[in-house]
Design a protein around this ligand. Sequence first.
Ligand SMILES: [Zn+2]
Length: 90
Amino acid sequence: MSAVHRIHPDPHKGDPAEAILYDDCERCDEQAADAFGLDLTKLREAWRIMVAVETGGPLRVVGEEYRTGNEARLGRVLYAVYVINERLTR
Ligand SMILES: [Zn+2]
């Protein structure tokens, strides 16, 4: 059985107003560790943020950063996929 999301954003926990995944939430922890289990809406947004944060050149968006630790954890997984794809499809 899957863990449930706590209520978020919770300003008392310092949550950002908007994020795909929050910290200190069991369900968000699970989702950050399982990119393939994400629904397409979250996956698409996570990919967009990863490209904006991790890549160089024109795809980098200055000022765009991960909003939570779980977003960063997911982003690093997605970036590994991005790099592998770049190497294999060159
Ligand atoms: Zn959550």
